[in-house]
Design a protein around this ligand. Structure first.
Ligand code: NCD
Length: 306
């Protein structure tokens, strides 16, 4: 492994590497004690220029469960970014303080700058409306464990397909497994961006776009709900008009397959009613556990400690 390998998009990991991480995560689940000192004396820096609960805490919990330590900041206002320091300089400096870095940044492309300056492994923990590779690792483990396959699935992606970076990374990832079908459920204003649609077309994938969650539900093996990304809207009015377009309720699930898996990267706002949480098909809280285990596997892999 290169000393400063960077994971900016999920495609920076090969299909074999993803399979390797799934295997490590499954072993972590079975034998956690085997891993509890693996990262002793190693430090993870979490540089979060944007709000986060799960991603930052699961990275930190992952490192702590591996016996390592963490440092970092949550919020640009708590870092020298507020004094005008560039991402490039911050990464040069933090490379001297930590063995591995995870960074979330509101600007698409910031991880490319970081990757050019890091001396240690670097992980993109979400850049603007672009990519979120470690959420995709969480999604993949959840799908693999609940469906026992990553191929031949009909996957419904619902909500903010325009700004939802988790959606973009998940499509990139699933296109590498054969025979998956995609149903893209969104209002017109929040359709999947052309550059992602082109990837579906270029791969010859079967996909359709629809506004109707009700029409799509009976066909799905996976329903991936997303939050309307308020922070990426240019005006409040559009957000308010679109935010409650889709609300998944127990009634809407009556026509769904008995083994459909409901995923959501969280945080949820209104798009899944809390009454759905009791449904055995609801996998979104389980998905957060999968996220921690995959981040443990990724940290180990990038540090060459697995
Ligand atoms: C997602 C994100 O930050 O893109 N959250 C997460 O990391 N679990 C989804 C979202 O914020 O809606």
């Amino acid at each position: 492994m290169e000393k400063n390998r960077s994971i900016i998009n999920i495609l920076d990991l090969s299909v074999d590497e993803v399979a390797h991480l799934v295997k490590t995560a499954n072993d972590i689940e079975k034998n956690p004690e085997k891993y509890q000192e693996r990262c002793a004396h190693k430090k993870l820096a979490t540089l979060f220029y944007e709000p986060s609960t799960r991603t930052r805490l699961s990275f930190e919990a992952a490192m702590l469960e591996l016996g390592g330590q963490t440092l970092g900041f949550a919020g640009a206002q708590n870092s020298s970014a507020s004094k005008g320091e560039s991402v490039a300089d911050t990464i040069e400096v933090v490379s001297n303080y930590a063995d591995i870095i995870a960074m979330r940044h509101p600007k698409e492309g910031a991880p490319v700058v970081a990757a050019a300056h890091t001396h240690v492994p670097f992980i993109n923990a979400g850049d603007g409306g672009h990519f979120h590779p470690t959420q995709t690792l969480a999604d993949i483990l959840t799908i693999e464990r609940t469906k026992e396959t990553l191929s031949g699935l009909t996957i419904g992606l619902c909500g903010d397909l325009k700004f939802g970076r988790t959606v973009h990374s998940l499509i990139d990832a699933m296109l590498r497994y054969p025979d998956n079908k995609y149903i893209l459920i969104s209002p017109n204003e929040l359709r999947l961006p052309e550059y992602e649609l082109d990837k579906l077309r270029d791969a010859g994938a079967s996909f359709e776009e629809t506004k109707s969650l009700e029409d799509a539900i009976p066909k799905l093996d996976i329903l991936y709900m997303t939050r309307v990304q308020k922070e990426r809207f240019f005006n409040e009015e559009d957000y308010l008009r679109l935010k409650d377009t889709y609300v998944l309720t127990p009634e809407k699930l009556l026509t769904a397959k008995a083994d459909m898996a409901i995923l959501h990267p969280l945080p949820r706002v209104n798009e899944i009613s809390v009454a759905v949480d009791k449904d055995p098909r609801a996998k979104y809280f389980y998905q957060t556990l999968c996220g921690k285990q995959m981040r443990m596997a990724l940290i180990l892999y990038l540090l060459g400690l697995d």
